[in-house]
Ligand binder design. Sequence first.
Ligand SMILES: [Zn+2]
Length: 253
Amino acid sequence: MDIDTNLLKDLEGYVIYSLDYKETSRIIKIFTKRLGVISVMARGAKNPKSKKMNLTSPYCKSKFNLKKSRGFYYLIDGEIIDANLGLRTSIDNLYYSQLFSEIILKTVYENMENNEIYDFYDKILKHIDKIERKDILLAMFLLKYSSMLGYKPNLLSCINCGKDRFNRVYFNIDYGGIVCQDCYGPVGGIALSRQDYTYLTQLLYEKIDRADEIDFPKARADEINRILMRFLFDKTEIKKLNSWDLIEKLKLL
Ligand SMILES: [Zn+2]
């Protein structure tokens, strides 16, 4: 029996990045359930008649058949599980899909254990077109995802003295948690209102599908997202997120 060990069958994953390559091909990054994020060459994928065209579209969830050769993967064929067409109904949906995917791309590596992250990403993508408040969905993503990477912020007690009752609270990015009024000064932090603080705890403990039930002013939510983004940058190797810069720029228009 001739078994090609370099053949990978039914590898479930999402295309999270797609780049045209030469005349007819594409290089894609697939966020897989089993192997983390991998780079795949899809020959002939730019041909509209090729079945590979849809398989290499961003945010499509598929089962891929790949061949591995010299450390690189090649797309043979596959089967679409969910084209996530809902994401394509508005430009907003696409910007946020792009942002979530770029964060995954920059924090998940090949062969990294990622079952929890994969299921989380899967759930987030399924909710983008159903949630009105994308700013709150993003905040939930940032807090929950930072937690999955091992940086769950301590919101329940002061990171310095352990006190769990406060008159005033501050968020310290370095230590990843809150600072009480008595410790603030020697220990730095960003001032949070009582409403901000309640909002942060809701983000951490509330389910994604309930994002629209959280009532929080838009302008303040934007500010909290900037803080959470700084927190994520501080804890990971992310230096820049093009899709985030774009979303921020569009707000000024
Ligand atoms: Zn304290």
